[in-house]
Design a protein around this ligand. Structure first.
Ligand code: ADP
Length: 674
């Protein structure tokens, strides 16, 4: 449809048919077009122009151009009277496609190419101009995007490569060049297998298959080959490239070099492994009490953790002449390899470790200025372990003295790191503590052995005079007249001598248990009968308690050491009486459970708290508050436990503080005596 303004054109010019035709043509054109008179007033325009400007100019009012605002390409504003149309009218010449930016009233900006052409009358006088405006915004945008994309691709840290579905490389960015070592010219048109290691060719087929199906492959970790032939770890993201019809025509590949990430991962893994090893070492050495064991563990594990070819621990020991001497554990090398050579503490390089000055780490010992200054070898003696990398960490006790040093060596340079230093130093601290504990333990053990030796000796020495004393008293007793007043004193003396003899026997038993020499002699007997006899004997010597024995059986035949089992029963009964001063009853029962005879001795006395129940079976242990007023040596239950366990049985207690106690023991009725 022709605009109303075209009518004006008709009004001003002649209404000839050709003009009408021109008007229709004007409106049907797909590009924006408008005219001005020679003063610059807009005289006509078509709808495409109105759409472009985003407004309708007023005829007779708008000058030069229907745009709301115009700008130069650099963004600076341009006065309407300096626009290309104004210049054409002022200068009477056409201005060819000088791109401008127009702004619509809604703020939108468009890139426009104006082509103003002057019009003349027959007399050749300028009467106006006609201007066509071409909207190039989209083109410019896509050009901008392309340029931006190209810049991104070129400046990307990642290698970006595209290839056809047949694997022919079509683009190759700067980073690809840097990563793989091939220039763009070298690879364009070549097959992608150029950078794929032989053993990974199959991988490429699988990737291409996915791409053909339009699928994306993301963060695929693999290895690719550089021009120099080295394999580098990469993370690949591969996407299909589609044509305008949506068909897959190739693939774009973004490759990220993950060498550093891999190294970091490996380091982390190694670190975690080391920590775990250290944890295990710490636990192991703190559980051990034998010095050599601890040192061997420490040497072995730290040699492994540092990756050393060999490691050793040297003691900081001196002989009576003040000369240090060799005493050590080692790992990774035969003992002879160390034995041939002098003590390391005597050399300038090694001595700081023994002086406690701290860790010594040398990347290349042969380049150390102190190296080679010591007689007799002046450097590495012939046949010495080939040490180039060297690490030495002192093991220092809490009190200050240097216990010794941990040494590590490797035939290659730069093998030990600060990380190793930290680890070994922490092991050295743990080792120092463990060694001190071990030393203390050894000292305590020595004292304990001395004590055991004394108990054995003393009880043995006491036994002989007590036995003869008892014999003489018995003879005197027999020879005295029945009514002699002294007889009762003699009997009292005999009873005390018997008590003393029992105590000495118990002490002897303890010492025999310690040396594994407590003798046993198994016979068959009736346990019920034995319980009757023992209860009777005990009842005879106690006036305060009633001892009540119950059994549902008439006879319980067992194979056991009768005397030793009696010893256990008497111990339990006398304890039951002794530790229930306020009570008057002790129950004894015996029963059978699955080929085992179970004896229970129940009292209603002081009872024992849970915490102390385990400890009463250990040597010389007595519950504190009882020990003060009830006499005893704290060995009866220890001996009883040993006797029962030698019968493959069990001795245990059920009790609570103030609730009385029941002691149980069970023994198998049959003993395997083979
Ligand atoms: P002793 O009786 O000579 O001290 P034992 O080895 O027989 O030695 O007992 C160890 C400790 O166990 C006793 O000192 C006592 O504290 C506790 N004990 C033993 N039997 C009983 C019991 N029946 N009731 C309470 N405490 C007991």
């Amino acid at each position: 449809m022709i605009a109303q303004e075209s009518g004006q054109l008709k009004k001003k010019e002649s209404p000839a048919a050709s003009n009408q035709l021109a008007g229709q043509l004007f409106d049907s054109l797909p590009i924006a077009i408008y005219t001005c008179d020679k003063q610059g007033f807009i005289t006509s325009f078509n709808q495409v122009a109105v759409k472009l400007w985003g407004r309708t100019p007023e005829i007779g009012k708008d000058l030069w151009c229907g745009s709301w605002k115009i700008f130069q390409l650099n963004g600076e504003p341009l006065n309407l009277d300096s626009c290309p149309m104004a210049r054409t009218l002022k200068e009477g010449v056409a201005v060819e496609g000088e791109e401008i930016i127009i702004q619509r009233p809604d703020g939108a900006r468009l890139n426009v190419l104006p082509y103003p052409v002057p019009t003349f009358n027959d007399a050749g006088e300028l009467i106006g101009a006609v201007n066509t405006l071409i909207d190039v915004t989209e083109q410019r945008n896509s050009e901008g995007k392309q340029a931006m994309l190209a810049t991104i691709i070129e400046s990307s840290e990642d290698a970006i490569v595209s290839k056809t579905l047949n694997g022919i490389i079509t683009t190759w960015n700067n980073s690809a060049e840097r990563m793989f070592g091939y220039s763009e010219q070298e690879v364009i048109g070549k097959h992608i297998t150029l950078i794929i290691p032989n053993n990974r060719r199959k991988e490429e087929e699988e990737i291409i298959e996915k791409i053909r199906q339009g699928k994306k492959v993301e963060h695929y970790e693999t290895y690719r080959l550089t021009k120099a032939g080295t394999e580098i770890p990469l993370s690949l993201t591969i996407s299909p490239i589609l044509n305008t019809k949506g068909q897959v025509i190739g693939a774009s590949k973004i490759a990220r070099d993950i060498t550093r990430q891999k190294i970091a991962e490996e380091n982390l893994q190694r670190y975690a492994n080391n920590l775990e090893t250290l944890n295990i070492v710490g636990k192991m050495i703190s559980e051990r009490l034998a010095v050599h064991d601890i040192l061997q563990q420490v040497t072995d594990v730290t040699t492994q953790v540092t990756g050393a070819a060999f490691g050793a621990f040297f003691y900081n020991k001196f002989d009576e002449h003040g000369e240090s001497y060799m005493l050590y554990t080692l790992s990774g090398a035969p003992r002879e390899a160390f034995e041939k050579f002098g003590m390391p503490r005597n050399t300038a390089v090694f001595s700081p470790t023994f002086n406690g000055e701290g860790t010594v780490r040398v990347d290349d010992i042969t380049k150390d200025p102190r190296y080679g200054k010591n007689s007799p070898y002046f450097g590495m003696p012939k046949g010495h372990l080939p040490v180039v990398s060297y690490l030495a960490v002192p093991v220092i006790s809490k009190a200050g003295p240097v216990i010794g040093g941990l040494f590590y060596g490797h035939p290659e340079a730069g093998k030990f790191t600060s990380h190793h230093e930290v680890i070994i130093e922490s092991v050295a601290t743990q080792a120092a503590i463990a060694l001190e504990n071990a030393k203390l333990y050894e000292e305590i053990k020595k004292l304990n052995d001395k004590k055991d030796e004394f108990i054995g000796l003393a009880s043995h020495e006491l036994k002989t005079p007590v036995t003869s004393l008892s014999g003489y008293l018995q003879i005197i007793n027999r020879r005295l007249a029945v009514d002699d007043v002294n007889k009762s004193f003699i009997e009292k003396a005999l009873a005390q001598i018997n008590k003393l003899s029992d105590l000495i026997s118990d002490l002897l038993d303890v010492s025999k248990i310690e040396t594994g020499q407590l003798p046993f002699s198994f016979t068959g007997f009736d346990l019920l009968q034995l319980l009757h006899e023992a209860t009777e004997i005990m009842q005879y010597s106690t006036k305060t308690h009633r001892l009540v024995l119950t059994s549902e059986l008439d006879k319980i035949m067992v194979t056991a050491d009768k005397q030793r089992i009696e010893q256990v029963i008497i111990n339990l009964l006398s304890n039951a009486v002794k530790y229930s001063p306020g009570a008057d009853l002790v129950n004894i029962s015996v029963s059978m459970a699955e080929n085992k005879a179970v004896v229970a001795v129940q009292d209603f006395g002081l009872g024992i708290s849970k915490e102390q129940q385990e400890r009463i079976f250990t040597r010389f242990y007595r519950v504190e508050d009882m020990a003060n007023h009830i006499s005893g040596l704290g060995i009866g239950l220890f001996i009883s436990k040993e006797i029962i366990s030698r019968h493959k049985g069990r001795l245990w207690i059920e009790s609570g503080k103030g609730k009385g106690s029941t002691f149980f023991f069970e023994i198998p009725v049959e003993q395997d005596l083979t």
